[in-house]
Ligand binder design. Structure first.
Ligand code: AMP
Length: 296
C-alpha cells in the first residue's frame, strides 16, 4: 500500500494502472475510519483491480460554528485499517495541495440539496459537491463507493456525475450499524454516555415509520408523527427533521407511493446524527378497491 500526498503522484500511478488495463475503485472519506467505511473499501477491493481511499477533512463542507477544528482524526489507525482491508493507495492531500488558493469554482446541485439536510446545513452540499468533483477529476474513470447513510449526499453525487458527465459509476452501499441499531459514524465519539444510550432511538423511529408505511399508510405526516413519537425515547436530542418522502426526489408529491425513504436527523449536545431507511408502499389490489368502493 502506498501513501500518496500529491495530486500529480496519484494521477501518475492511476494513469499507469489504467494503461495496464486495471479498473479503479475509489472511496472518498474524511478519515477516522470505522466498519462503515471498511464496508465501502471491501466492496471496492472485491470489484476493482486497484482501490484508492482518500482521507481529507474538507473545510468547504463545514459551516462556521460546526466541528471542523474538532473533527476526529487518527491517520495511523486509518492507514492500518486501509492496509488490512487491501487498499492500494491512501490519498492524504493536505489543505495546500487541495486548495492552494481560495476556492473560486464551486459546484452546486441546488434542487437536490435543498430539502432535509439543506434546510439545516445550507452550504454543506456545495462543499461536498465541489470536493467530490475535484476528487473525481483527480482520480479519473472509476467506480466510486458511497454509504447510503448519507442518502441525500448520494443523490447529490449521482446528479453531479450525470450533469457533468464524469466517467464515474456511483455505487451506494448499505448502512453499517452497531448491534443496538445505531448507525456507525465518526461523530459517534462526541456522544456522552447518556446520549449514546438514547441514540438507538433514531433506528427505532425509522422502524416505527416503516411499520406504518409497510401497512399501507400513505399520509407522510402520519408516518412522520410516528417517527417523532419514537424519538421521545431520546430526550437529550433535538429533532432537526423527521421525513417520509419519495426515495428518488426526496420530496412529497401527494400520498406516499412506491419507493419511499424515511430520514431522521437529531442534534445531541455535540453530535448531530442522521439515519435513514427505505420502504415500498404496498399497491392496493382490485380486491382492496372493491372493498373501499363498497364501504358505507
Ligand atoms: P465520511 O468519512 O463521514 O465523510 O464518510 C465517508 C463515506 O463513508 C460516505 O460515503 C459515508 O456515507 C460512508 N459511511 C459513513 N458511515 C457509514 C455507515 N455507518 N455505513 C455505511 N457507510 C457509511
Amino acid at each position: 500500500m502506498e501513501i500518496v500526498e500529491t495530486i500529480a503522484d496519484l494521477r501518475a500511478r492511476l494513469h499507469a494502472d489504467r494503461a495496464a488495463g486495471r479498473t479503479v475503485g475509489f472511496v472518498p472519506t474524511m478519515g477516522y475510519l470505522h466498519a462503515g467505511h471498511v464496508s465501502l473499501i471491501d466492496a471496492a477491493v472485491a470489484a476493482d483491480d486497484r482501490t484508492v481511499v482518500s482521507i481529507f477533512v474538507n473545510p468547504l463542507q463545514f459551516a462556521p460554528g460546526e466541528d471542523l477544528a474538532d473533527y476526529p482524526r487518527d491517520l495511523a489507525a486509518d492507514t492500518a485499517a486501509c492496509a488490512a482491508a487491501g487498499v492500494d493507495y491512501v490519498f492524504v492531500p493536505d489543505l495546500a495541495e487541495m486548495y492552494p488558493r481560495p476556492v473560486e469554482t464551486v459546484v452546486t446541485v441546488p434542487t437536490v440539496a435543498a430539502p432535509l439536510e439543506g434546510v439545516h446545513r445550507p452550504s454543506h452540499f456545495a462543499g461536498v459537491a465541489t470536493v467530490v468533483a475535484k476528487l473525481f477529476a483527480i482520480v479519473g474513470p472509476c467506480r466510486a463507493y458511497f454509504g447510503a447513510k448519507d442518502w441525500q449526499q448520494v443523490a447529490v453525487v449521482r446528479r453531479l456525475v450525470a450533469d457533468l458527465s464524469f466517467p464515474v459509476e456511483v455505487v451506494a452501499c448499505p448502512i453499517v450499524r452497531e448491534s443496538d441499531g445505531l448507525a456507525l459514524s465518526s461523530r459517534n465519539v462526541y456522544l456522552t454516555e447518556e446520549e449514546r444510550r438514547q441514540a438507538p432511538a433514531l433506528r427505532r423511529a425509522l422502524d416505527a415509520g416503516l411499520a406504518l408505511a409497510n401497512a399501507g399508510e400513505t399520509d407522510a405526516a402520519a408516518v412522520e408523527a410516528a417517527m417523532a413519537d419514537a424519538l421521545a425515547a431520546a430526550p437529550a436530542g433535538t429533532i432537526d427533521y423527521v421525513a417520509a418522502v419519495q426515495a428518488d426526489s426526496l420530496l412529497v408529491d401527494g400520498p406516499l407511493h412506491d419507493d419511499i425513504r424515511l430520514l431522521v436527523a437529531v442534534r445531541f449536545s455535540k453530535a448531530r446524527l442522521i439515519d435513514n431507511d427505505g420502504a415500498r408502499i404496498p399497491r392496493r389490489g382490485p380486491d382492496d378497491r372493491g372493498a373501499l368502493s363498497s364501504a358505507p
